[in-house]
Design a protein around this ligand. Structure first.
Ligand code: ZN
Length: 283
């Protein structure tokens, strides 16, 4: 009807100058990804070195790691500000705001990937640090301890890492064995050793959780089979992780053995059942 009726609306995203901007943005994101990946290996080395240099002071070791960690997390802020301040405004000279969403999203996806990747890296790193600390601190427990009365050799418990009474086999005197700080700290580093040993189960429960959370919300009358199966799978994997974790932990600290089932239940409540209760299963 009108003269321009057949004319296709020109696709602005095909503009060569705009395409150049997209390529530059992609290159920037690739650079950030490379920097993230290349920071991890030296981070591990630095934190492990710091442990020995700092005379196995776990507090300052954790401080060293959290400094590196926050720098890594800041990479996602850098992506966001670069897009908002520089990339986005330039692109808007060529395209409409709704076309910008795809470009913004690339940065958001990369930025959001850092936290879970760091979390997994942290399990491995803290597991290695804890194991190295354990190997160092356990030496103090393997020393000989003697009765205060008769100087006979005492058999201290090797799997409690806290003060306890030790009867002397020679003169029957009850001695109080008070471990040094390093031995006491073993009680909490074993958590990280156990978590590292349960990494396979951790990966599996994370996968099961993500796949469950990726199911779109259900409406009234929708079939719930898929969601039921996903929650059942997640429950199995989540429980397998905590069971492995608490079982490993109890191999170091014997008094934890009696509470494994209870400890798993407590964690399941917080890590799984709370979420399930709020899900679309009960709509
Ligand atoms: Zn004695």
């Amino acid at each position: 009807m009108f003269g321009f009726g057949n004319k296709e609306k020109k696709d602005k995203t095909k503009n060569p100058e705009y395409i150049a901007l997209v390529e530059k943005w992609d290159a920037f994101l690739e650079k950030i990804e490379t920097r993230f990946k290349e920071s991890l290996a030296p981070a591990e080395e630095a934190v492990l070195d710091q442990l020995e240099d700092g005379n196995y002071d776990m507090i300052s070791n954790m401080t060293a790691w959290s400094g590196i960690k926050s720098q890594l997390l800041q990479l996602s802020d850098k992506i966001e500000t670069t897009f908002d301040d520089k990339v986005g405004p330039k692109m808007l000279e060529y395209i409409e705001r709704y076309d910008l969403i795809d470009q913004d999203q690339k940065g958001v996806v990369l930025g959001e990937s850092f936290r879970p990747r760091i979390e997994r890296f942290e399990i491995i790193l803290e597991g290695k640090v804890a194991q190295r600390f354990f190997d160092h601190a356990i030496q103090f427990l393997n020393e000989d301890f003697h009765c205060t009365q008769c100087n006979g050799k005492l058999e201290v418990k090797k799997d409690v890492f806290r003060s306890h009474y030790v009867g002397c086999d020679y003169c029957n005197t009850t001695n109080t064995f008070t471990p040094n700080n390093k031995i006491t700290e073993i009680r909490w580093v074993v958590d990280n050793i156990a978590k590292h040993k349960a990494l396979k189960e951790w990966d599996e429960k994370e996968l099961a959780r993500k796949s469950c959370k990726s199911i779109r919300s259900l409406r009234d009358g929708d079939d719930k089979t898929e969601l039921v199966n996903a929650y059942n799978n997640w429950e199995t994997k989540e429980k397998a992780f905590w069971t492995k974790y608490f079982t490993e932990r109890a191999t170091y600290v014997s008094e934890y053995k009696d509470t494994i089932a209870h400890d798993v239940e407590v964690k399941m409540e917080w890590a799984f059942y709370d979420d399930k209760k709020r899900s679309d299963l009960y709509n």
